[in-house]
Design a protein around this ligand. Structure first.
Ligand code: COA
Ligand code: AMP
Length: 633
């Protein structure tokens, strides 16, 4: 069957389509119902199914005789370490970590925060949580203590799993002081923290609360070897597997919830259908376990499919050079590489002629997939020419967990239209709506919406926040999930995703809230008002830029003050927010109703043509922004 037939077969019978995929996995009780549209907020997938994701990711393969196959390849140029785990070895480690969690009192439904760098123990922690039915919440290492505190307070974990440090090429980042500060700031206190001590940094353990990972897992390993069992806990398919916090319009993060059942079914399907990868092959998502790409395509999907997955603790450039991706792909025989366009732009900047590609044997590489931000046609073309394989842009969100639109190589390779992530995947009925919620004709720009119900894997709701889920995603267009992305569908069925309709920006493939950054700037005692916009950047796609109005009786505008205010963002959100540019202005341009004209400010900063909005309160305010922007260096 080609793409059209597969998509139409899903459209004709969504429940039947996904039930057929569900049968390819193992269930404690196989579901007879696909989606129950009367359950949950917009429906629930496989409501009568009972399963365990970890069983399907590990035990199933070992039981089928594939225990010797490679499951996880850890490659860490920042520490000079390489390590392989077979399925049997990874299962053993996960069983030990699961026993450790059980001994700490963790039971099904309890939350466990995982604040770890890109080390095998991060993957082991996630799978161990899944094994015992606990809900993990992984926090990206580039976030500061305050962000970690917000997540601890919201998720209320019984246990936190962490490490002594993360390693960036330029510096070692001690995690333990950040974790201690976060627990101090949070009203919720975990009962226990288990800390992986890495040789690069010490970690002082808090007596009565903290344990050493090696000792705690070591005890569990010994118990396993003495015959203690560490079984997978069967859970309803609708039982939460994880919470992953993501940016929205405000500084308060949204806890995206993921089910066990729907998640494993959709991800398992995607490996072969979207990426064209077979069991036993090596798949590499060069991302971080702290992001959704890492959850789905470093950890769960490749293991569910019986593939080898690569966990790479390094950067596309500088560890040690711009050939790092090609070295790893060649060394492990990677068939499909998945990364963010910004990583390819970083490589291209250093090695524009792709000379380093030629130094490696990439004969097994069949495709490069890109996501996280729009893949600009220039970058796609450069990668196509440099690698000689299809370069596939695909579009998805933390909320969906797998591709909304893609070029499904495993079903049929459709013509690549650079700048478009191709066509809707089964599961998604995409419509483009105008402001009144009416569908627009092909080729017309509008908000991209998805007809409910969403497919398995997509979020059923937000963690402990049904009302916010309705308000943020469902209320704008009844009967639809609003993606907050704008774009169009063309006559040929291709989707074009051009940018967000809310205050979310994408910085180097990392999703950030300008509203959240504004909240931090506004907390500085000298700041009266501020606006943050995402400005085009050749490398990172977008970078945040702040416009600040100082209180009249406060300090004078100066470079030193700009640095001080910007430093607050690094201190409170984290280095990853990269707010490097901050301009002082006398006032912000607003509409007569007081809304800051961020859209027009962005056009000015991006050097695009703009019109004076009819609703502006004082046209001179925009001219001042233009002058401030052009004179700032
Ligand atoms: N822990 C701690 N700090 C981190 C971090 C982590 N896991 N990840 C990034 N940071 C820090 C960086 O060290 C940097 O600090 P600095 O300002 O002191 O230099 C800051 O956060 C900004 O990081 P980043 O935006 O990643 O910029 P960079 O200049 O270090 O690297 C790229 C640029 C393009 C090489 C890098 O962003 C990259 O590889 N991007 C790939 C995107 C990706 O994986 N996206 C995930 C979705 S697919
Ligand atoms: P995240 O939740 O971090 O994955 O970010 C999701 C957002 O990133 C989407 O809503 C889009 O705005 C953007 N995005 C991700 N992939 C693409 C893509 N292929 N094309 C255009 N935008 C994308």
């Amino acid at each position: 069957m080609g793409y059209r037939e597969v998509y139409d077969s899903w459209l004709a019978d969504p429940s039947g389509f996904w039930l057929e995929q569900a049968r390819k996995l193992e269930w404690e009780r196989e579901p007879a119902i696909g989606v129950d549209e009367a359950a949950g907020i917009y429906g629930r997938w496989f409501p009568d199914g009972i399963c365990n994701t970890c069983h399907n990711a590990l035990d199933r393969h070992v039981a089928a005789g594939h225990g010797e196959r490679t499951a996880l390849i850890y490659d860490s140029p920042v520490t000079g370490t390489k390590r392989r785990f077979s399925y049997a070895e990874l299962l053993h480690e996960v069983k030990a970590a699961a026993l450790m969690l059980t001994d700490l009192g963790v039971a099904a439904g309890d939350r466990v925060v995982v604040y770890m760098p890109m080390v095998p123990e991060a993957v082991i922690s996630m799978l161990a949580c899944a094994r015992v039915g606990a809900i993990h919440s992984v926090v990206f290492g580039g976030f500061a203590a305050r962000e970690l505190a917000m997540r601890i307070e919201d998720a209320q974990p019984r246990v936190v799993l962490s490490a002594s440090c993360g390693i960036e090429p330029s510096r070692v980042i001690p995690y333990k002081p950040l974790l201690d500060a976060a627990i101090e700031q949070s009203r919720h206190k975990p009962q226990a923290c288990v800390i992986l001590k890495r040789p690069e940094a010490e970690a002082a353990l808090t007596p009565g609360r903290d344990q050493d990972w090696d000792e705690a897992v070591g005890r569990a390993r010994a118990a396993l070897e003495e015959g203690r069992a560490s079984p997978c806990v069967p859970v309803p398919a609708t039982h939460p597997l994880y919470i992953l916090y993501t940016s929205g319009t405000t500084g308060s993060q949204k806890g995206v919830l993921r089910d066990h059942g729907g998640h494993m079914v959709a991800l398992h399907w995607s490996m072969e259908a979207v990426y064209g990868v077979k069991p036993g092959e090596t798949f590499w998502a060069a991302s971080d376990v702290g992001w959704v790409v890492g959850h789905s395509y470093i950890v769960y999907a490749p293991l569910l499919a019986g593939c080898a997955t690569v966990l790479y603790e390094g950067k596309p450039v500088g560890t040690p050079d711009a050939g790092a991706f090609w070295r790893v792909a060649a060394e492990y025989g990677v068939c499909v590489l998945f990364t963010a366009p910004t990583a390819i732009r970083a490589v291209r900047k250093v090695d524009p002629e792709a000379a380093l590609v030629k130094e490696h044997d990439l004969s097994r590489l069949r495709a490069l997939f890109l996501a996280g931000e729009r893949a600009d046609p220039d970058t796609v073309e450069w990668a196509e020419n440099s690698l000689g394989v299809p370069v596939i842009d695909h579009w998805w969100q933390t909320e969906t967990g797998f591709a909304i639109a893609a070029n499904p190589l495993g079903i049929e390779k459709l013509p690549v239209r650079r700048g478009s992530p191709s066509v809707p995947m089964p599961g998604y009925r995409i419509e483009i709506l105008d402001e009144a919620g009416q569908p627009v004709p092909p080729g017309t720009f509008g908000t991209i919406a998805i007809r409910l119900p969403l497919p398995p894997c997509a979020l059923p709701t937000l963690w402990r926040s049904d009302q916010r889920f309705r308000d943020v995603y469902l209320s704008a267009y009844p009967g639809y999930y609003s993606t907050a992305d704008a774009g169009m569908l063309t006559e040929d069925g291709y989707v074009w995703v051009m940018g967000r309709t809310d205050d979310v920006i994408n910085v180097a493939g990392h999703r950030l809230s300008t509203g959240g950054i504004e909240e931090v700037l506004a907390a500085h005692p000298a700041v009266a008002e501020c606006a943050v916009i995402g400005v085009k950047d050749d490398l990172k796609g977008e970078i945040p830029c702040g416009f600040v109005v100082l209180k009249s009786n406060s300090a004078q505008a100066s470079q030193a003050l700009a640095r001080e205010v910007a430093a607050l963002v690094r201190e409170r959100i984290g280095a990853v927010a990269s707010l490097k540019r901050l301009l002082f202005v006398d006032r912000l341009p607003k509409t007569r109703s007081g809304k800051i004209l961020r859209g027009t400010m962005k056009k000015i900063a991006d050097d695009e043509s703009w019109n004076m909005p009819a609703t502006i309160e004082d046209p001179a305010a925009l001219s001042e922004i233009e002058t401030a922007w052009k004179t700032d260096v």
